[in-house]
Design a protein around this ligand. Structure first.
Ligand SMILES: [Zn+2]
Ligand SMILES: [Zn+2]
Ligand SMILES: [Zn+2]
Length: 351
């Protein structure tokens, strides 16, 4: 998305949703904002990670997106809670979309013992035995007798099946006799199951469950929502993150302030971050190429205290060509807001 279309979409009535979205993160701590931003980066730059991958080793579906984030967390439940919070937030606000990719049979006790393999078995509907054998149901067309294969005698001389009812050998398939279908004969009670009971045995708890007991859990694939790029490329989330980072570290942070440059011209900056009365920096966050007035600002600004943070919407090469001398005081955010925050913190000096 170009800077132009960001501005255009802002004007076309997205404003309210956009404000709502940011207000949700308004209460969040810095690391949650940072993780949300990082998730947006993965959504926009690695869309292939949004599709679950089947892992035959564990017989389960793995989300590469979640796998990527898992490595940042020691505690699995903390990770799950946090990811649910962030993905829920992004789903609710149009940065992420989900569709059901497939469904998976799960043990009703999965929450107690964790993911398990569900082994499918056929059980006798009469006595419950698992010991069923697949048999063929044969109809002797000539006399109409229908029975399973073992009910027919075998002619020892020819090896042909002989009808137990009329004693005539079964000669031509589909003319003299037909194979109707397959059925299951119980090896314990000998009864025929035209349709056996399908059950699932859990590899962890050993329980046997049928369709009424098991969970049929949806596995989601995610898609980039219409606002994912907007959130990632725009300056709002970066601004919110930087404010939170420095506030949490007890810096003084002021937003949208007027400052006086070296040439005594007054101009506005996005942030003023102060460590002490003497140690402070001014920060601008850019998500589109600045206009002509920026040149004047740049020549008036003190390179010791003025810093520029570029959103991913800006082509750095173009920017530096347009504004030579900005390379030492600018930094581009790519994966995390914390990258920029740490870079800015260096400018405020060590204690
Ligand atoms: Zn049986
Ligand atoms: Zn017959
Ligand atoms: Zn189980």
């Amino acid at each position: 998305m170009t800077a132009m279309s960001i501005n255009a979409s802002q004007e076309s009535g997205e404003g309210k949703l956009w404000e709502k979205l940011l207000s949700v993160l308004e209460w969040a701590d810095f690391s949650l904002i940072d993780d949300t931003y990082h998730l947006l980066y993965r959504i926009v730059k690695h869309p292939e990670e949004l599709v679950p991958r089947y892992d035959p080793e564990t017989d389960s579906y793995i989300s590469p997106l979640m796998e990527h984030f898992k490595k940042y967390f020691k505690d699995a439940s903390e990770f799950q809670a946090r990811m649910n919070l962030i993905t829920g937030f992004l789903l609710n606000h149009g940065a992420l979309k989900s569709t059901v990719y497939t469904r998976r049979i799960e043990c009703p006790r999965v929450n107690e013992h964790g993911p398990s393999r569900m082994i499918t078995e056929y059980h006798c509907i009469f006595c419950g035995s698992f010991n069923l054998e697949k048999v063929r149901v044969i109809q002797h067309v000539t006399c109409g007798f229908t029975g399973i294969e073992s009910q027919f005698k075998k002619d020892p001389a020819t090896g042909m099946l002989v009808c137990p009812y009329c004693n005539v050998p079964l000669l031509r398939k589909n003319e003299d006799y037909r194979i109707l279908k397959h059925a299951y004969q119980c090896m314990d009670c000998r009864k025929i199951n035209m349709v056996p009971k399908i059950v699932h045995r859990c590899s962890k708890c050993g329980g046997v469950y049928d369709y009424r007991d098991v969970l049929y859990t949806p596995i989601y694939r995610f898609k980039q929502g219409p606002y994912a790029e907007r959130l990632y490329m725009g300056k709002e989330l970066i601004l919110l993150g930087l404010k939170r980072y420095f506030t949490e570290k007890n810096y003084k942070v002021k937003e949208n302030v007027k400052v006086r440059g070296l040439t005594l011209v007054e101009y506005k900056v996005d942030l003023l971050i102060a460590k002490t009365r003497r140690r402070w920096i001014n920060v601008d966050i850019l998500d589109s190429m600045p206009g002509f007035a920026f040149k004047a600002k740049l020549s008036s600004a003190n390179p010791l205290t003025y810093r520029i943070v570029l959103s991913p919407a800006i082509n750095v090469d173009v920017f530096l060509k347009e504004y030579p001398g900005a390379e030492k005081i600018s930094f581009q955010v790519k994966e995390r807001i914390s990258e920029a925050a740490k870079w800015l913190e260096q400018s405020l000096g060590e204690d």
